[in-house]
Ligand binder design. Structure first.
Ligand SMILES: NC(=O)c1ccc[n+]([C@@H]2O[C@H](COP(=O)([O-])OP(=O)(O)OC[C@H]3O[C@@H](n4cnc5c(N)ncnc54)[C@H](O)[C@@H]3O)[C@@H](O)[C@H]2O)c1
Ligand SMILES: O=c1ccn([C@@H]2O[C@H](COP(=O)(O)OP(=O)(O)O[C@H]3O[C@H](CO)[C@H](O)[C@H](O)[C@H]3O)[C@@H](O)[C@H]2O)c(=O)[nH]1
Length: 315
Protein backbone atom coordinates (compact mmCIF):
# COMPACT_ATOMS: atom_id res chain seq x y z
CA UNK A 1 0.00 0.00 0.00
CA UNK A 2 2.81 2.38 0.92
CA UNK A 3 4.59 1.66 -2.36
CA UNK A 4 1.42 2.30 -4.39
CA UNK A 5 0.58 5.52 -2.52
CA UNK A 6 4.11 6.87 -3.03
CA UNK A 7 3.95 5.91 -6.72
CA UNK A 8 0.72 7.93 -6.97
CA UNK A 9 2.45 10.97 -5.45
CA UNK A 10 0.92 10.87 -1.95
CA UNK A 11 2.81 11.50 1.31
CA UNK A 12 2.56 8.53 3.65
CA UNK A 13 3.20 8.00 7.34
CA UNK A 14 3.15 4.37 8.53
CA UNK A 15 2.49 3.43 12.16
CA UNK A 16 3.39 -0.14 13.13
CA UNK A 17 4.56 -1.59 16.44
CA UNK A 18 6.47 -4.34 14.55
CA UNK A 19 4.83 -6.98 16.76
CA UNK A 20 4.32 -8.98 13.56
CA UNK A 21 5.45 -6.80 10.68
CA UNK A 22 8.78 -5.79 9.17
CA UNK A 23 10.29 -2.35 8.78
CA UNK A 24 11.93 -3.52 5.55
CA UNK A 25 8.49 -4.09 4.00
CA UNK A 26 7.84 -0.33 4.15
CA UNK A 27 9.66 0.97 1.10
CA UNK A 28 9.40 4.68 1.78
CA UNK A 29 7.59 7.57 3.40
CA UNK A 30 7.77 8.16 7.13
CA UNK A 31 7.92 5.17 9.49
CA UNK A 32 6.79 5.52 13.10
CA UNK A 33 7.35 2.53 15.38
CA UNK A 34 4.60 2.54 17.97
CA UNK A 35 1.32 1.12 19.12
CA UNK A 36 -2.09 1.86 17.71
CA UNK A 37 -3.50 2.01 21.23
CA UNK A 38 -1.08 4.67 22.50
CA UNK A 39 -3.16 7.88 22.87
CA UNK A 40 -0.20 10.20 23.43
CA UNK A 41 1.57 8.92 20.32
CA UNK A 42 -1.65 9.26 18.30
CA UNK A 43 -2.08 12.82 19.59
CA UNK A 44 1.46 13.65 18.51
CA UNK A 45 0.93 12.07 15.07
CA UNK A 46 -2.41 13.74 14.34
CA UNK A 47 -1.48 17.16 15.73
CA UNK A 48 1.74 17.52 13.74
CA UNK A 49 0.62 16.26 10.31
CA UNK A 50 -2.26 17.03 7.96
CA UNK A 51 -3.80 13.60 7.46
CA UNK A 52 -6.49 13.21 4.80
CA UNK A 53 -7.27 9.54 5.24
CA UNK A 54 -6.39 6.70 7.62
CA UNK A 55 -6.00 3.20 6.17
CA UNK A 56 -6.15 0.74 9.03
CA UNK A 57 -4.47 -2.63 8.44
CA UNK A 58 -3.03 -3.30 11.91
CA UNK A 59 -4.50 -6.39 13.57
CA UNK A 60 -3.78 -9.87 14.79
CA UNK A 61 -4.94 -12.25 12.08
CA UNK A 62 -4.78 -15.89 13.20
CA UNK A 63 -8.22 -17.44 13.40
CA UNK A 64 -7.07 -20.45 15.48
CA UNK A 65 -5.22 -18.27 18.00
CA UNK A 66 -8.29 -16.05 18.34
CA UNK A 67 -10.28 -19.05 19.51
CA UNK A 68 -7.59 -19.92 22.11
CA UNK A 69 -7.06 -16.34 23.29
CA UNK A 70 -10.06 -14.18 22.33
CA UNK A 71 -9.18 -11.23 24.57
CA UNK A 72 -5.88 -10.78 22.75
CA UNK A 73 -7.97 -10.18 19.60
CA UNK A 74 -10.68 -8.03 21.16
CA UNK A 75 -8.07 -5.80 22.85
CA UNK A 76 -5.73 -5.41 19.87
CA UNK A 77 -8.13 -5.43 16.95
CA UNK A 78 -11.24 -3.84 18.44
CA UNK A 79 -10.17 -1.95 21.58
CA UNK A 80 -7.12 -0.22 20.13
CA UNK A 81 -9.05 0.83 17.03
CA UNK A 82 -11.39 2.74 19.37
CA UNK A 83 -8.35 4.76 20.51
CA UNK A 84 -7.49 5.46 16.88
CA UNK A 85 -11.02 6.62 16.06
CA UNK A 86 -11.20 8.74 19.23
CA UNK A 87 -7.98 10.46 18.28
CA UNK A 88 -9.18 11.00 14.69
CA UNK A 89 -12.37 12.57 16.04
CA UNK A 90 -10.41 14.91 18.34
CA UNK A 91 -8.21 16.06 15.46
CA UNK A 92 -10.94 16.36 12.82
CA UNK A 93 -9.67 13.53 10.59
CA UNK A 94 -12.79 12.20 8.88
CA UNK A 95 -11.89 9.50 6.35
CA UNK A 96 -11.13 5.89 7.28
CA UNK A 97 -10.63 2.59 5.45
CA UNK A 98 -10.82 -0.68 7.41
CA UNK A 99 -9.28 -4.01 6.45
CA UNK A 100 -12.26 -6.20 7.17
CA UNK A 101 -12.58 -9.85 6.28
CA UNK A 102 -14.69 -12.63 4.82
CA UNK A 103 -14.54 -14.08 8.34
CA UNK A 104 -17.43 -11.73 9.28
CA UNK A 105 -19.81 -14.06 7.38
CA UNK A 106 -19.01 -17.24 9.31
CA UNK A 107 -20.51 -20.28 7.56
CA UNK A 108 -22.43 -18.58 4.71
CA UNK A 109 -25.93 -19.69 3.74
CA UNK A 110 -25.17 -19.37 0.03
CA UNK A 111 -22.28 -18.58 -2.29
CA UNK A 112 -21.08 -16.42 -3.88
CA UNK A 113 -21.49 -14.30 -0.76
CA UNK A 114 -23.12 -10.89 -1.14
CA UNK A 115 -22.49 -8.06 1.33
CA UNK A 116 -26.11 -8.09 2.52
CA UNK A 117 -25.98 -11.73 3.65
CA UNK A 118 -26.12 -12.44 7.41
CA UNK A 119 -22.90 -11.85 9.30
CA UNK A 120 -22.56 -14.55 11.91
CA UNK A 121 -18.81 -14.95 12.50
CA UNK A 122 -17.71 -18.29 13.90
CA UNK A 123 -14.54 -17.09 15.63
CA UNK A 124 -13.37 -14.11 17.75
CA UNK A 125 -11.15 -12.81 14.91
CA UNK A 126 -14.24 -12.36 12.73
CA UNK A 127 -16.22 -10.87 15.62
CA UNK A 128 -13.41 -8.39 16.38
CA UNK A 129 -13.82 -6.99 12.84
CA UNK A 130 -17.62 -7.22 12.77
CA UNK A 131 -17.70 -5.02 15.88
CA UNK A 132 -15.54 -2.41 14.14
CA UNK A 133 -17.85 -2.31 11.14
CA UNK A 134 -20.73 -1.46 13.51
CA UNK A 135 -18.61 1.15 15.35
CA UNK A 136 -17.78 2.80 12.03
CA UNK A 137 -21.44 3.09 11.12
CA UNK A 138 -22.10 4.82 14.46
CA UNK A 139 -19.10 7.13 13.97
CA UNK A 140 -20.35 8.12 10.54
CA UNK A 141 -23.76 9.07 11.92
CA UNK A 142 -22.54 10.75 15.13
CA UNK A 143 -19.28 12.44 14.13
CA UNK A 144 -19.28 12.48 10.32
CA UNK A 145 -16.26 10.15 10.11
CA UNK A 146 -16.82 8.61 6.67
CA UNK A 147 -15.49 5.10 6.17
CA UNK A 148 -15.22 2.13 3.88
CA UNK A 149 -14.91 -1.46 5.06
CA UNK A 150 -13.13 -3.74 2.61
CA UNK A 151 -13.91 -7.38 3.30
CA UNK A 152 -10.94 -9.21 1.84
CA UNK A 153 -11.29 -12.88 1.03
CA UNK A 154 -7.96 -14.79 0.92
CA UNK A 155 -5.16 -12.26 0.46
CA UNK A 156 -2.31 -13.89 -1.44
CA UNK A 157 0.61 -13.31 -3.80
CA UNK A 158 3.47 -10.84 -3.70
CA UNK A 159 4.37 -7.55 -5.34
CA UNK A 160 5.45 -8.12 -8.96
CA UNK A 161 8.76 -6.33 -8.26
CA UNK A 162 9.76 -9.28 -6.04
CA UNK A 163 10.73 -6.74 -3.33
CA UNK A 164 7.78 -7.23 -0.97
CA UNK A 165 5.99 -10.43 0.01
CA UNK A 166 4.44 -12.46 2.79
CA UNK A 167 6.54 -13.20 5.89
CA UNK A 168 4.46 -14.22 8.91
CA UNK A 169 5.84 -15.90 11.99
CA UNK A 170 4.29 -18.34 12.58
CA UNK A 171 2.98 -18.78 9.04
CA UNK A 172 -0.55 -20.18 8.90
CA UNK A 173 -1.63 -19.40 5.31
CA UNK A 174 -1.87 -22.11 2.70
CA UNK A 175 0.12 -20.67 -0.21
CA UNK A 176 3.28 -19.59 1.70
CA UNK A 177 3.29 -22.91 3.58
CA UNK A 178 3.03 -24.90 0.34
CA UNK A 179 5.90 -22.84 -1.10
CA UNK A 180 7.98 -23.46 2.03
CA UNK A 181 7.54 -27.18 1.30
CA UNK A 182 8.74 -26.54 -2.27
CA UNK A 183 11.81 -24.82 -0.79
CA UNK A 184 12.33 -27.88 1.47
CA UNK A 185 11.91 -25.70 4.58
CA UNK A 186 9.06 -28.02 5.60
CA UNK A 187 8.68 -31.72 4.88
CA UNK A 188 5.05 -31.74 3.69
CA UNK A 189 1.81 -29.81 3.48
CA UNK A 190 -1.01 -30.95 5.76
CA UNK A 191 -4.40 -30.78 4.09
CA UNK A 192 -6.82 -29.75 6.83
CA UNK A 193 -9.97 -31.77 6.17
CA UNK A 194 -10.76 -33.96 3.17
CA UNK A 195 -14.42 -34.65 4.01
CA UNK A 196 -15.97 -31.25 3.27
CA UNK A 197 -19.05 -31.12 1.01
CA UNK A 198 -16.97 -29.86 -1.93
CA UNK A 199 -15.99 -31.55 -5.23
CA UNK A 200 -12.65 -32.92 -3.91
CA UNK A 201 -13.49 -32.84 -0.19
CA UNK A 202 -11.19 -29.91 0.64
CA UNK A 203 -12.16 -26.30 1.41
CA UNK A 204 -12.81 -23.79 -1.37
CA UNK A 205 -11.41 -20.28 -1.04
CA UNK A 206 -11.40 -17.13 -3.15
CA UNK A 207 -7.75 -16.03 -3.53
CA UNK A 208 -7.22 -12.33 -4.27
CA UNK A 209 -3.86 -10.78 -5.09
CA UNK A 210 -2.41 -8.25 -2.67
CA UNK A 211 -1.82 -5.76 -5.51
CA UNK A 212 -5.53 -5.91 -6.38
CA UNK A 213 -6.39 -5.29 -2.71
CA UNK A 214 -4.11 -2.25 -2.77
CA UNK A 215 -5.84 -0.98 -5.92
CA UNK A 216 -9.21 -1.27 -4.15
CA UNK A 217 -7.86 0.86 -1.28
CA UNK A 218 -6.75 3.56 -3.73
CA UNK A 219 -10.21 3.57 -5.31
CA UNK A 220 -11.95 3.60 -1.92
CA UNK A 221 -9.78 6.53 -0.79
CA UNK A 222 -10.59 8.46 -3.98
CA UNK A 223 -14.31 7.82 -3.39
CA UNK A 224 -14.06 9.22 0.16
CA UNK A 225 -11.96 12.19 -1.00
CA UNK A 226 -14.74 12.97 -3.51
CA UNK A 227 -17.15 13.38 -0.59
CA UNK A 228 -18.81 9.96 -0.73
CA UNK A 229 -20.11 8.42 2.50
CA UNK A 230 -18.18 5.18 1.80
CA UNK A 231 -19.50 1.64 1.93
CA UNK A 232 -18.87 -2.03 2.59
CA UNK A 233 -17.35 -4.10 -0.20
CA UNK A 234 -16.27 -7.71 -0.65
CA UNK A 235 -12.91 -8.10 -2.37
CA UNK A 236 -12.50 -11.42 -4.12
CA UNK A 237 -12.25 -12.88 -7.63
CA UNK A 238 -15.64 -14.67 -7.42
CA UNK A 239 -14.07 -18.11 -7.95
CA UNK A 240 -13.39 -20.86 -5.43
CA UNK A 241 -10.29 -23.06 -5.56
CA UNK A 242 -9.77 -26.08 -3.36
CA UNK A 243 -6.77 -26.79 -1.17
CA UNK A 244 -5.84 -29.68 -3.47
CA UNK A 245 -6.08 -27.43 -6.55
CA UNK A 246 -3.78 -24.85 -4.98
CA UNK A 247 -1.21 -27.52 -4.11
CA UNK A 248 -1.39 -28.83 -7.69
CA UNK A 249 -0.86 -25.30 -9.06
CA UNK A 250 2.15 -24.86 -6.78
CA UNK A 251 3.62 -28.13 -8.14
CA UNK A 252 3.21 -26.80 -11.68
CA UNK A 253 4.66 -23.35 -10.90
CA UNK A 254 7.65 -24.61 -8.88
CA UNK A 255 8.35 -27.90 -10.66
CA UNK A 256 8.70 -29.52 -7.20
CA UNK A 257 6.88 -32.62 -5.98
CA UNK A 258 5.47 -31.01 -2.73
CA UNK A 259 4.56 -34.02 -0.52
CA UNK A 260 1.14 -33.81 1.14
CA UNK A 261 -0.58 -35.49 4.04
CA UNK A 262 -4.30 -35.65 4.81
CA UNK A 263 -5.04 -34.23 8.26
CA UNK A 264 -8.15 -33.56 10.36
CA UNK A 265 -10.23 -30.44 9.85
CA UNK A 266 -8.90 -27.20 11.39
CA UNK A 267 -11.42 -25.72 13.85
CA UNK A 268 -13.14 -22.54 12.63
CA UNK A 269 -12.78 -23.27 8.88
CA UNK A 270 -15.86 -22.75 6.69
CA UNK A 271 -16.20 -25.23 3.79
CA UNK A 272 -16.67 -22.62 1.06
CA UNK A 273 -15.88 -18.88 1.07
CA UNK A 274 -16.36 -17.27 -2.33
CA UNK A 275 -17.14 -13.60 -2.85
CA UNK A 276 -19.58 -11.80 -5.00
CA UNK A 277 -17.56 -8.63 -5.66
CA UNK A 278 -20.14 -7.01 -7.95
CA UNK A 279 -20.54 -4.06 -5.57
CA UNK A 280 -16.81 -3.22 -5.59
CA UNK A 281 -16.77 -3.64 -9.35
CA UNK A 282 -19.72 -1.35 -9.99
CA UNK A 283 -19.34 1.27 -7.21
CA UNK A 284 -15.53 1.45 -6.93
CA UNK A 285 -14.87 0.46 -10.58
CA UNK A 286 -12.55 -2.19 -9.15
CA UNK A 287 -11.39 -4.92 -11.48
CA UNK A 288 -8.84 -7.44 -10.20
CA UNK A 289 -5.91 -7.97 -12.57
CA UNK A 290 -4.92 -11.36 -11.18
CA UNK A 291 -7.89 -13.66 -11.75
CA UNK A 292 -5.83 -16.79 -12.41
CA UNK A 293 -4.65 -18.24 -9.07
CA UNK A 294 -1.68 -19.84 -10.81
CA UNK A 295 -0.37 -16.33 -11.51
CA UNK A 296 -0.95 -15.42 -7.86
CA UNK A 297 1.07 -18.45 -6.78
CA UNK A 298 3.78 -17.53 -9.32
CA UNK A 299 4.24 -14.04 -7.82
CA UNK A 300 4.47 -15.55 -4.35
CA UNK A 301 7.02 -18.11 -5.60
CA UNK A 302 9.19 -15.32 -7.04
CA UNK A 303 9.25 -13.67 -3.59
CA UNK A 304 9.87 -16.87 -1.61
CA UNK A 305 12.66 -18.01 -3.92
CA UNK A 306 14.42 -14.64 -3.69
CA UNK A 307 13.79 -14.30 0.07
CA UNK A 308 13.78 -17.82 1.56
CA UNK A 309 14.15 -16.31 5.05
CA UNK A 310 11.64 -13.53 4.46
CA UNK A 311 12.78 -10.06 5.50
CA UNK A 312 15.28 -11.70 7.83
CA UNK A 313 15.11 -8.71 10.17
CA UNK A 314 14.50 -10.59 13.41
CA UNK A 315 18.01 -12.06 13.55
N1 LIG B 1 -4.08 -12.04 5.14
C1 LIG B 1 -5.35 -12.23 4.82
O1 LIG B 1 -5.72 -13.19 4.11
C2 LIG B 1 -6.41 -11.27 5.28
C3 LIG B 1 -7.73 -11.52 4.93
C4 LIG B 1 -8.71 -10.63 5.36
C5 LIG B 1 -8.37 -9.49 6.10
N2 LIG B 1 -7.08 -9.28 6.43
C6 LIG B 1 -6.78 -8.09 7.24
O2 LIG B 1 -5.76 -7.34 6.59
C7 LIG B 1 -4.94 -6.67 7.54
C8 LIG B 1 -3.48 -6.94 7.27
O3 LIG B 1 -3.29 -8.35 7.32
P1 LIG B 1 -1.87 -9.00 7.03
O4 LIG B 1 -2.10 -10.35 6.50
O5 LIG B 1 -1.03 -8.04 6.24
O6 LIG B 1 -1.32 -9.12 8.50
P2 LIG B 1 0.14 -8.82 9.09
O7 LIG B 1 0.23 -9.48 10.42
O8 LIG B 1 1.17 -9.12 8.07
O9 LIG B 1 0.10 -7.24 9.28
C9 LIG B 1 -0.49 -6.62 10.38
C10 LIG B 1 0.44 -5.52 10.84
O10 LIG B 1 -0.15 -4.85 11.96
C11 LIG B 1 0.86 -4.60 12.93
N3 LIG B 1 0.18 -4.44 14.23
C12 LIG B 1 -0.59 -5.36 14.86
N4 LIG B 1 -1.07 -4.85 16.01
C13 LIG B 1 -0.61 -3.58 16.10
C14 LIG B 1 -0.76 -2.53 17.05
N5 LIG B 1 -1.48 -2.72 18.17
N6 LIG B 1 -0.17 -1.35 16.83
C15 LIG B 1 0.57 -1.16 15.71
N7 LIG B 1 0.76 -2.11 14.77
C16 LIG B 1 0.18 -3.30 14.96
C17 LIG B 1 1.80 -5.79 12.84
O11 LIG B 1 3.08 -5.54 13.36
C18 LIG B 1 1.81 -6.04 11.30
O12 LIG B 1 2.82 -5.29 10.67
C19 LIG B 1 -5.42 -7.15 8.92
O13 LIG B 1 -6.29 -6.18 9.45
C20 LIG B 1 -6.20 -8.42 8.60
O14 LIG B 1 -7.22 -8.66 9.54
C21 LIG B 1 -6.08 -10.12 6.04
O1 LIG C 1 -1.28 -25.79 6.27
C1 LIG C 1 -2.42 -25.52 5.83
C2 LIG C 1 -2.94 -24.21 5.85
C3 LIG C 1 -4.22 -24.01 5.37
N1 LIG C 1 -4.95 -25.04 4.88
C4 LIG C 1 -6.30 -24.81 4.36
O2 LIG C 1 -6.21 -23.88 3.32
C5 LIG C 1 -7.37 -23.05 3.28
C6 LIG C 1 -6.95 -21.59 3.35
O3 LIG C 1 -6.39 -21.37 4.66
P1 LIG C 1 -5.60 -20.03 5.04
O4 LIG C 1 -5.12 -20.22 6.45
O5 LIG C 1 -4.59 -19.72 3.99
O6 LIG C 1 -6.71 -18.92 4.96
P2 LIG C 1 -8.12 -18.84 5.72
O7 LIG C 1 -9.15 -19.09 4.66
O8 LIG C 1 -8.19 -19.66 6.92
O9 LIG C 1 -8.11 -17.35 6.29
C7 LIG C 1 -7.84 -16.16 5.58
O10 LIG C 1 -9.03 -15.60 5.14
C8 LIG C 1 -9.96 -15.37 6.17
C9 LIG C 1 -11.17 -14.82 5.49
O11 LIG C 1 -11.64 -15.76 4.57
C10 LIG C 1 -9.40 -14.45 7.25
O12 LIG C 1 -9.46 -13.11 6.88
C11 LIG C 1 -7.99 -14.81 7.66
O13 LIG C 1 -7.34 -13.74 8.32
C12 LIG C 1 -7.14 -15.17 6.49
O14 LIG C 1 -5.96 -15.72 6.97
C13 LIG C 1 -8.23 -23.48 4.48
O15 LIG C 1 -9.19 -24.38 4.02
C14 LIG C 1 -7.24 -24.21 5.39
O16 LIG C 1 -7.83 -25.23 6.17
C15 LIG C 1 -4.45 -26.33 4.85
O17 LIG C 1 -5.13 -27.26 4.43
N2 LIG C 1 -3.19 -26.51 5.33
Amino acid sequence: MVKALLDEGHSVATLDNLSKGHHKAVLGGEFIQGDLGDPSLLKQIFSTRKIDCVMHFAAFIEVGESVQDPLKYYVNNSGKTLELLSSMKKHGVDKFILSSTAAVYGEPEKTPIEECQPQIPVNPYGRSKQFLEAVLQDCREAYGIRSTCLRYFNAAGADASGLIGEDHNPESHLIPIVLQVALEQRKKISIFGTDYPTPDGTCLRDYVHVTDLVQAHLLAAEQLMDGDQGGIYNLGCQQGFSVRQIIEMARKVTGKSIPEIESPRRPGDAAVLVASSQMARSELCWSPKYEDPEEIVATAWKWHQAHPNGYDDKV
